[in-house]
Every structure is written in C-alpha cells, then in structure tokens.
Write a protein that binds this ligand. Structure first.
Ligand SMILES: NC(=O)c1ccc[n+]([C@@H]2O[C@H](COP(=O)([O-])OP(=O)(O)OC[C@H]3O[C@@H](n4cnc5c(N)ncnc54)[C@H](OP(=O)(O)O)[C@@H]3O)[C@@H](O)[C@H]2O)c1
Length: 287
C-alpha cells in the first residue's frame, strides 16, 4: 500500500493516447484527475459517450476530444479505460478491440464484477493482441480525488503497464494492487464502504443534534472526525485499537460512548455489512 499519493514530475504516460470509453461519472473523474495531476496532457486524452450532449459537455469542460463513435475514439489508443456499465462492457470491448495497436494496448476496466478473463478473451479474439487487461475497483470519493482503488492485473500485463494503471488511479486517490480473487471483498469493503460511513456520519451528527448542536455544525464535526480518524490510521500506521485507547481516558466520557457502541452491536453490524456486500458482489455478473 502506498503511504502517499506520488506525483512524478515526468508524465508516466509519455505520449501515449488514452481513450476513456463510456466517460460518465467515473470516467470523467479519471480524466479530470489525470489532467489536474499533470499525468497526461489534454491532447492525449479522448472520451466517448452514448449521447452527443454528454460528449459536448466533456469537450467544453475539459477541452478533450469527445464523441459518440467508440471506434474512432479508441483508434490507436495505448491505454483504454473501459468505463461503461457492466452489462455493456464485453459488447463495447468487442466493438473497439480491432482498433487497438496489437502489441502494446492495455485495457483498464472499471466495470464491476467483470473478470479479467472474459475481457482478455474478447481482446485476443478481435485483435490477436497480448490481451493486457487490468480490472479496477474505485469508489465514489474518487470524484474529489480521495478515492481508494484496488487493481487486479490480468495474466498478460507487463510491469510497465501495471505502473501505468497504478498512476492512472493515483490521480484520483490511493491505489493498491490485489489478487483478483479479492475483488468481491474489495467491492464489499471500499466500494460499498462510503455508503456505510455516510450512515455513520449521519448518525454521529444526529447524536450531536440530540445534545443540542445546530444540525449543520453537527454534520461538519461528524464528517471531519471521520476524515481525521481515517487519516490517523493511514498516516501513523498504528492499529485502530491503539488509537482508540489513546482517546479513552480511564473513567472519562469516551469509554461510556464505547460501551454504548458495543451494546448496540456496531462492530458486528459493520462486519456483517461488508460480508453481505461482498457476497452480493460475487453474484452480480457471472464471470
Ligand atoms: N460510480 C461508482 O462509484 C463506481 C465505482 C466502481 C466502479 N464503477 C463502475 O464504473 C462503470 C461506470 O459507472 P459510472 O457510475 O461512471 O456510470 P455512468 O455515470 O452512467 O457512466 C456511463 C457512461 O457510459 C456511457 N455509455 C453508455 N452506453 C455507451 C456506449 N454504448 N458506448 C459508449 N459509452 C456509453 C454513458 O453515456 P451518456 O452519459 O451519454 O449516457 C455514460 O457517460 C460501471 O461499470 C461501474 O460498475 C462505478
């Protein structure tokens, strides 16, 4: 796990063409992140969408070439980010595969629950290439460049390509490389996790309101407390139990709050939430 976002002074993408196919919420976050971090120049990034209106909006806001012709946008791309909805991923890859340079092209798919194997097969079938495929699972905080992305490397991804994929997602937060068998677990934890934490933030704020704080203030205190606590775990590298103990003075107020959380089953509820979400992730699309 990287401790910090590293931003190289030289673009990791060199002069590579990067095509974002299906440039919606996640695709746009990636395009913005890459450009803002200086990892890629405007002229290197192209994007496709279903509607011309969406393509025009992307062109106006980011300055990149954008259109609705997937094949034209993908033509000659060294890196393709496949960011359409999962049911479309294989069809769209099949459509564009013939346009990619056979030797060095890499496809990075963010489509949830679609394994690297069928994507590799689609690439090989249509383009006779090495079929280099990376599967990525980002989360929504990527929209404000504080995402957590897990990457699973397909069988034919070179070291240089893995580094490129890592840098792509470093521009929107932290990245880890995991074995593909862990992707459902990752989905249950870091992809679904923001929803679980929003509920925690909402409930903490509700507690603040219950003891008399104005709602807006309570929400700000709760949200920043979650940001700070998460950052403490990452920055110090300490076990959360040790950090918790440091807040908990003997016979103080925090221990009373902790007792309530134990009685309310917070730990078990969160553990079960991750397990259930991970299990469901495995059922979404057959791989
Ligand atoms: N959002 C998340 O938090 C999240 C997290 C992890 C993974 N993912 C994965 O990321 C992928 C995209 O999700 P999203 O939330 O970004 O969805 P989204 O906002 O709906 O974006 C999908 C984009 O695909 C475009 N599109 C639809 N059909 C197309 C086609 N045939 N050819 C080219 N483009 C087409 C749409 O164009 P129009 O806008 O013109 O309709 C839209 O811009 C999904 O596979 C999802 O599993 C999302």
């Amino acid at each position: 796990m990287q401790k910090k976002k590293t931003e190289p002074s030289v673009s990791p993408f060199g002069g590579n063409k990067i095509a974002i196919i299906g440039c919606g919420t996640i695709g746009e976050a990636l395009a913005r992140g890459m450009l803002a971090a200086g990892f890629a120049q405007v002229g290197q990034v192209q994007a496709s969408t279903r509607t011309p209106e969406r393509a025009q909006k992307l062109h106006r806001s980011l300055g990149i070439v954008a259109g609705t012709d997937n094949r034209r946008i993908a033509e000659g791309a060294d890196v393709v980010v496949l960011a359409v909805k999962p049911p479309l991923a294989l069809t769209v890859l099949d459509e564009i595969a013939g346009e990619l340079p056979a030797r060095q092209a890499m496809v990075v798919s963010v489509a949830a629950a679609i394994g690297t194997a069928p994507l590799e097969q689609a690439l090989e079938r249509r383009n006779g290439s090495f079929g280099a495929v990376v599967r990525a699972m980002p989360n929504t905080p990527a929209l404000i460049a504080t995402g957590m992305t897990a990457l699973a490397l397909g069988r034919k991804v070179s070291h240089a390509q893995a580094e490129l994929a890592r840098h792509l997602f470093l521009s929107i937060g932290r990245t880890v490389i995991v074995e593909e068998r862990h992707m459902d677990a990752v989905t249950g934890l870091s992809a679904s996790g923001p929803a679980f934490i929003y509920m925690v933030v909402e409930s903490l704020a509700e507690g603040g309101v219950r003891v008399g704080l104005p709602r807006e203030l309570a929400l700000e205190l709760a949200a920043q407390t979650v940001v700070g606590a998460g950052a403490m775990v990452l920055e110090t590298g300490e076990h959360p139990a040790k950090l918790k103990d440091a807040v908990t003075t003997p016979a103080g107020c925090t221990v009373d709050g902790l007792l309530e959380l134990e009685e309310g089953g917070l730990r078990v509820a969160l553990i079960k939430a991750v397990c259930r979400a991970a299990m469901r992730a495995g059922q979404l699309v057959s791989r």
